[in-house]
Design a binder for this molecule. Structure first.
Ligand SMILES: NC(=O)c1ccc[n+]([C@@H]2O[C@H](COP(=O)([O-])OP(=O)(O)OC[C@H]3O[C@@H](n4cnc5c(N)ncnc54)[C@H](OP(=O)(O)O)[C@@H]3O)[C@@H](O)[C@H]2O)c1
Length: 337
């Protein structure tokens, strides 16, 4: 019998890859989506799409009980649903902090307590590393997030670390790229157009992970006899920001004009955009907020991810060069470039 695995945020970028990896690793997948979601999921005998009402506790418990009756208990849960952009602190808190807590409680109440609940957090919960020493961010250091997004992820970590009702693992991915991403493609398009823009006039160190390696690690952790641990996930390397541009240029065979943009004027523009959104489209969130700019332009996003790969007894399959090559081939194959 294949183990039942519930994956939330199934319609999103990482969620869709989690489903593919879980199928490869032999799970029976329950792809949880919201009623409002646009669902394009693999038509596969081992994928069952389930709609969960995360925001009504009683209904959520009823739904989980009825799923248990129909299909049996969820042996495992990967809670991946989350938001990286929000209008305000309350929305971040609701989705990234309170929702996972409610889901964990509802799993217990519905007698669906899984053997393991993996929470997809974010390295933003730790905040950037030290600018001067450039020491990589470590899972053993205190969390000092600089954004409301990071703070909501820290809050949910504190909940699981101190009062989790279920066995858990907390996973903190660094920046994730790969097929179906919506952020890196914009940088690739700019380079294709001959421009190589960088935010900040200083040196910046980054870490990254290809989405297939992230999902390979997350799904791989399910059946390792580990609970209560926390892992940062990257491809185990750190890169100067200009390496990213150089790699993409090399793959596209492009010459570019490098643009180094100071952070301060971008912060002014973002502040103005936020004000305009508040006045004319209060229900929407601009793509770049002051907070997001401060976060993405931080000088040190290097990290130490050896522990997760040691725990898995595996190595990431992609470094930035091979991962970007695969991603750009996918963009091309899907007429996105
Ligand atoms: N992308 C990155 O670089 C990165 C890096 C570190 C951590 N993460 C974390 O990874 C997770 C997935 O991110 P992603 O990049 O795949 O984002 P994504 O494409 O936006 O997917 C997130 C999914 O979360 C669900 N969701 C969105 N708003 C929700 C709400 N209000 N209530 C409940 N569910 C909601 C949606 O799934 P349904 O519509 O199917 O319900 C959505 O597709 C998030 O927790 C994020 O914080 C991402």
């Amino acid at each position: 019998m294949k183990p039942n695995l519930l994956i939330t945020g199934a319609s999103g970028f990482i969620g869709s890859h989690l489903i593919e990896e879980a199928l490869l690793q032999g799970y029976k997948v329950f792809a949880a989506v919201r009623k409002s979601s646009k669902v394009v999921l693999p038509d596969h005998a081992d994928v069952t799409v389930v709609q969960l009402d995360y925001y009504n506790d009683d209904h959520l418990v009823e739904q989980l009980m009825s799923l248990k009756q129909q299909y049996g208990r969820f042996e495992y849960v990967i809670h991946n649903a989350g938001i990286t952009r929000a209008k305000n602190v309350a929305d971040f808190n609701e989705v990234n902090n309170l929702l996972p807590q409610r889901l964990a409680q509802a799993l217990v109440t519905s007698q669906n307590k899984p053997a393991k609940f993996i929470l997809v957090s974010s390295m933003a919960a730790f905040g950037p590393g030290d600018k001067k020493s450039r020491t990589p961010i470590s899972i053993h250091q205190p969390m000092s997030p600089i954004s409301n997004y990071g703070k909501s992820k820290r809050a949910v970590s504190n909940y699981f670390l101190t009062q989790s009702p279920i066995p858990f693992i907390l996973v903190y991915p660094t920046a994730v790229y790969g097929p179906r991403d919506r952020d890196f493609i914009e940088f690739v398009k700019l380079i294709k157009g001959g421009f190589e823009p960088y935010l900040g006039l200083y040196r910046q160190i980054l870490s990254m992970v290809h989405v297939s390696d992230l999902t390979y690690a997350i799904v791989g952790l399910l059946e390792k006899g580990i609970v209560g641990n926390q892992y940062i996930v990257s491809d185990n390397k750190n890169y100067d920001k200009k390496e990213l541009g150089a790699i993409i240029k090399g793959i596209l065979h492009k010459k570019t004009i490098k643009l180094f943009i100071p952070v301060t004027p971008v912060l002014w523009i973002a502040g103005l955009t936020e004000l305009i959104y508040k006045l004319v489209a209060p229900s929407k969130t601009p793509l770049l907020t002051k907070e997001k700019i401060n976060e993405i332009s931080a000088a040190n996003w290097s990290c130490e991810a050896k522990e997760v790969w040691d725990a898995l007894g595996k190595q990431p399959r992609y470094d930035l060069k091979s991962g970007m090559q695969q991603t750009i081939e996918w963009y091309r194959g899907n007429n996105l470039l």
